[in-house]
Design a protein around this ligand. Structure first.
Ligand SMILES: [Zn+2]
Length: 321
C-alpha cells in the first residue's frame, strides 16, 4: 500500500495479462475505506487484497470506473467477504449485463469475432477467454450512480466525470478540494489507452476526445490512473495524446490504397505485421476507431464489398481534421 495523500492509498493488484497490474485505490473515511477498482477475479489478486487489508481494515464500499473485468472483477468478492456495498454507474451496469448475457449465450466471442473478421482479420479461436471469467460477472451493484453526480467516497465529495472511449461507460472521479482525479484507463502515463470499437456504428473517439478536452478545464494536482505510473502533468499528457492522434490520422490515411483497404491492412501499415494475435487485434480495433472517426469527419468512406463481405475504406480528398 503506497500513500498518495493523507487519505488516499495505491494498491497494485496483479493481473495475468496486458499491463500485469491494475492500480486500485483506497480512500480512507470514518466509516471505513472505499476501494476504487478491484483487479480481476483471480486467486492471486484475492491473496494480495487479503494480505494488504488484513483483518483490521474495514471496507465501506467499492466504486468502479468502468465495466472491464480487470477493474470490477472482484466486486462480488468484496460484497461477500467484506460486506462492502458496490457502486457502479448506470451505464457501467448496462455494459456489465450486456457482456454477461453475451457470455452466458457464448456470443461474446462470435459477435466481437465477426466484427473483427468483417474488417479483414482472421480470428484465431480460443484467444478471448481470458477477458471473461464468469464468476467476475456474478454480482449486482448495490448503488447505481449517474454521470456528473456527486458521491461521498471516504469523507470527501467526488464528482463523476463521464470519460467514454476506452469503454462507453467509463467515468473519472474528481475531488476538488485536494485537486485529485481518479482517471481510470482514460489517460495513462506512458501508453496511449486503446479506444475501443466493438460493433458497427460505434464512433468512440468522438466522445473520448471531448472528454480529454473537458479534463483540461479542471484543476488537478494528483492524476491517478488505472495502470502504470502516476501522471505527472495532466495538461502536458493531454496535449501529447492529442498530438499523437493527429499523427496517427495522417499515417492511417497514408495506409489506405487507391483501390481501397480493409482496416486490417491499414493497421498492418500503421503498427506493422509482426504482432502477436492479441496485439494485432488491439491494433486493428484502434485502427477501426481511427478510420470510423475519420469517416465521420468526411476524410474516408467505408463500403461493404458484397463479394467477400468485408468492409473497405477509401480516401476522400479533404486535407484538414
Ligand atoms: Zn484496465
Amino acid at each position: 500500500m503506497e500513500k498518495i495523500t493523507d487519505h488516499v492509498y495505491l494498491v497494485r493488484i496483479p493481473i495475468p495479462y496486458d499491463f500485469r497490474e491494475v492500480n486500485c485505490y483506497l480512500i480512507e473515511g470514518k466509516n471505513g475505506f472505499t476501494v476504487v477498482d478491484t483487479g480481476d477475479c483471480t486467486e492471486e489478486a484475492m491473496a494480495v487484497w487479503v494480505k494488504t487489508l488484513g483483518t483490521s481494515i474495514p471496507i465501506e464500499k467499492v466504486v468502479i470506473t468502468h465495466a472491464h473485468a480487470d477493474h470490477f472483477g472482484l466486486a462480488g468478492w468484496f460484497q461477500q467477504n467484506y460486506q462492502a456495498s458496490v457502486w457502479m454507474s448506470v451505464k457501467g451496469y448496462e455494459e456489465l449485463q450486456r457482456a454477461r448475457s453475451l457470455f452466458v449465450d457464448q456470443k461474446y466471442r462470435s459477435s466481437l469475432g465477426s466484427f473483427i473478421e468483417q474488417h479483414g482479420m482472421v480470428v484465431q479461436t480460443g484467444q478471448e477467454d481470458r477477458f471473461h471469467r464468469f464468476e467476475a460477472y456474478q454480482f449486482k451493484p448495490d448503488v447505481l450512480f449517474q454521470e456528473n453526480q456527486e458521491l461521498l467516497l471516504g469523507d470527501s465529495i467526488y464528482q463523476t466525470i463521464p470519460t467514454p472511449g476506452h469503454s462507453p461507460d467509463h467515468v473519472a472521479f474528481y475531488q476538488a478540494q485536494d485537486q485529485l482525479l481518479l482517471v481510470g484507463d482514460h489517460i495513462l502515463q506512458g501508453i496511449n489507452p486503446i479506444v475501443i470499437s466493438e460493433k458497427e456504428g460505434d464512433n468512440p473517439l468522438q466522445g473520448y476526445l471531448s472528454a480529454l478536452k473537458r479534463l483540461r478545464e479542471i484543476k488537478v494536482k494528483y492524476t491517478l490512473p488505472g495502470h502504470g505510473q502516476q501522471i505527472v502533468d495532466l495538461d502536458a499528457r493531454i496535449e501529447k495524446l492529442l498530438g499523437h492522434y493527429e499523427k496517427r490520422w495522417a499515417q492511417t490515411l497514408q495506409g489506405i490504397q487507391e483501390k481501397g483497404s480493409t482496416a486490417f491492412e491499414v493497421s498492418q501499415f500503421v503498427y506493422g505485421s509482426n504482432l502477436s494475435h492479441e496485439r494485432a487485434s488491439s491494433a486493428l480495433i484502434q485502427t477501426i476507431t481511427n478510420l470510423v472517426y475519420l469517416e465521420s469527419l468526411g476524410h474516408v468512406k467505408m463500403e461493404k464489398d458484397h463479394h467477400d463481405g468485408l468492409y473497405y475504406f477509401f480516401k476522400k480528398a479533404v486535407n484538414s481534421y
